[in-house]
Write a protein that binds this ligand. Structure first.
Ligand code: SF4
Length: 615
């Protein structure tokens, strides 16, 4: 969808003799102010008495009067002008005559009109200007607006290109409505013309749900739209992309809501493109499509290619379990994050009973080692001083003989890079020698995040996890021996089917005994097509919440104990400055610096009384 070189595209406007020219002047001004490769080449009037002519002369707009007494003569002369001036579009601006369908079909360029109300509710050949606003007023509407549409022989029943709504609940008179609607016409019309002629910078908006891997992929997706402007998801955009998540029922709910939201925007602006990808889309493509006019549902294996697919590249939906290759495109910008999330692995070789992620991500696939290094160098060259390595199951990373420890070692040799952080690592993959090989790499953040899920061997077995609590205790002891001040975070699921009070107590007691720093606690969420979905002894929502709250309270206590431990040792914290002098330190404590710093700066500071921890 890359916009072509800024060749000047010329348009003409058509206005009748009564026209005061407010829309054509607004078009002329907009093109100039936005510095667009567009020109209102000629304003055509059907009468020399048009008040707008004076204003054209003042504004330096060329104009031409063509009598419309005989519309066949008018249309012939108009066509000659279109050919002679290389015109790309005709915009009606208060034109009271009807163009013939022959003319519209044969002129070969778009003919647009702007209607001062929301079509199809308020339209019709006979209604012009104030009549429309009076009709809207008489109907007691609280919302009005403007509509840009193609002109076809049925005049304003042509396909709608864009609409904008305006609240008129405070308008007493039709004239007030007219003034409000006119204000929005003055941007909507030129914006739509510019978009249709591919002259305005493409506005791309992306919403990302879920994990760091998704955020990295969103950065890669956006980077493919060369020359486009990234806009906030709540702002008007030409392309809306949702990078969805399916880790819990709530993630599916949020993904659908985001989709409905942009489908509403598309209902108003049919030229808008709506794209959904990510794990919810991978597992529910038909459900997503059924929500409305979705332009594209893209599978996880092709998600980085959305720009190319929208530009016409051949695309076929892929079932993710057939994915073999690791798809990679370089990423330079992390969409405003101070630290760079670098995905190096995708998919998973396991199938835990509660998990839908592996169903949405497919088999484990690893990035080529050389690409991992070049991507890290790219981030470092962009000024990122911390890289967070990630994947769906990072511990499964393999490039020949090389594993995640080799990656950390190699990245630590990149001079400008100051910190390397590991995201979640399966316990059984962290045990078995990886820890020893990670020790002695100074740039590695002393921060380990492990998905424990339960402290009951019975539940771990029922979940289909690949370790038991004995391995966990040995692993944690080893972490504390090799990295005595490390932050240790644990994921725990409460209320897995069959989890009795006794099983929960086992979990609670194990956690109480472990020297961890914080917990991420999730209430079990039934996921379609997973073994646990049909398991009996599903735990009630109330009970899940009770257990979750108990563990969150325990986590808060442990985090304070961890902070006290580090303060007592006057631990040196390292980190990358975010906005407001905040840092997520290498020891995973979020701190506020006692002095201002620039976002992205590398900071070392002792955890002294002046440094406050943020919870
Ligand atoms: S390890 Fe288990 S929970 Fe994690 S992605 Fe794989 S199947 Fe899902």
């Amino acid at each position: 969808m890359e916009r072509t070189s800024p060749e000047i595209r010329r348009i003409i406007t058509l206005s009748s003799g009564e026209s005061r020219g407010s829309n054509l002047l607004a078009i002329h001004r907009f093109f100039a102010e936005q510095k667009l490769p567009l020109k209102l080449d000629t304003a055509v009037f059907t009468s020399a008495k048009a008040p707008a002519i004076e204003r054209c002369i003042t504004a330096g707009i060329a104009y031409k009067v063509i009598s419309a007494k005989d519309m066949r003569v008018f249309e012939r002369e108009l066509k000659e002008l279109v050919t002679e001036r290389g015109i790309k579009l005709i915009a009606l601006c208060g034109f009271m005559k009807l163009l013939s369908s022959d003319f519209i079909q044969s002129v070969g360029i778009p003919v647009l009109n702007i209607h001062p109300a929301l079509l199809p509710a308020y339209g019709g050949k006979s209604m012009y200007g104030m009549q429309v606003h009076e009709a809207v007023k008489a109907a007691g509407e609280s919302i009005s607006g403007a509509t840009v549409h193609y002109v076809n022989e049925c005049y304003d029943e042509g396909q709608i290109l864009a609409q904008k709504r305006v609240d008129i609940s405070d308008c007493q008179e039709a004239g007030e409505i007219a003034a409000k609607v006119l204000r929005i016409e003055h941007t909507l019309y030129p914006e739509t013309i510019a978009k249709l002629l591919g002259a305005s910078p493409l506005r791309v908006a992306i919403a990302t749900l879920g994990c760091k891997t998704n955020f990295y992929e969103s950065a890669a997706i956006v980077e493919q739209f060369a020359g486009a402007t990234l806009v906030d998801f709540n702002e008007p955009a030409d392309i809306y992309i949702i990078n969805s998540c399916t880790v819990t029922g709530r993630s599916d709910f949020k993904s659908r809501n985001l989709l409905r939201k942009v489908l509403d925007a598309k209902a108003l602006n049919p030229m808008t493109k709506v794209v959904i990808t990510g794990c919810y889309a991978q597992l529910n493509p038909e459900e997503a499509k059924a929500l409305g006019e979705v332009d594209l549902v893209v599978d996880n294996q092709h998600k980085l290619r959305i720009a190319q697919i929208l530009a016409g590249a051949r695309y076929q939906w892929q079932e993710i379990d057939s994915a073999v290759d690791y798809d990679y495109l370089p990423v330079q910008n992390m969409l405003g994050h101070s630290r760079a999330f670098q995905k190096i692995q995708d998919g998973c070789a396991y199938s835990c009973a509660y998990c839908a992620v592996h169903l949405a991500r497919g088999p484990s696939r690893s990035q080529r080692f050389a690409d991992v290094i070049s991507q890290a160098r790219l981030f470092s060259a962009q000024g990122f001083k911390e890289i967070v390595l990630g994947g769906v199951n990072l511990g499964l990373y393999r490039a020949g003989e090389r594993d995640v420890a080799n990656v950390v070692q190699a990245l630590s040799e990149i001079e400008e890079l100051r910190l390397i952080r590991l995201s979640s690592l399966e316990p059984q993959l962290l045990a078995g020698g990886l820890l020893e090989r990670l020790q002695g790499i100074p740039k590695l953040c002393p921060h380990f995040h492990i998905p424990l899920q339960s402290g009951s061997d019975t539940i771990l077995q029922s979940m289909g996890r690949h370790y038991d609590t004995k391995l966990i205790q040995e692993l944690v002891a080893q972490i504390m021996q090799l990295f005595p001040f490390a932050a240790l975070g644990l994921d725990v699921i409460t209320g897995f089917p069959g989890e009795s009070e006794a099983h929960f107590t086992e979990t609670y007691q194990l956690l109480e005994a472990l020297p961890f720093s914080y917990l991420h606690v999730f209430s079990y969420s039934r996921r379609k097509d997973t073994p646990a979905y049909n398991m009996k002894d599903q735990v009630s929502k109330i009970e899940k919440n009770r257990r979750t709250n108990l563990l969150r309270a325990l986590s808060a206590r442990k985090l304070r104990e961890y902070e006290t431990k580090l303060r007592a040792a006057k631990t040196l914290l390292r980190g990358i400055a975010e906005a407001d002098s905040e840092i997520l330190s290498d020891h995973y404590l979020r701190i506020k610096l006692p002095y201002p710093v620039a976002q992205g700066d590398y900071i070392e500071i002792e955890l002294s009384p002046e440094v406050s921890c943020l919870y």
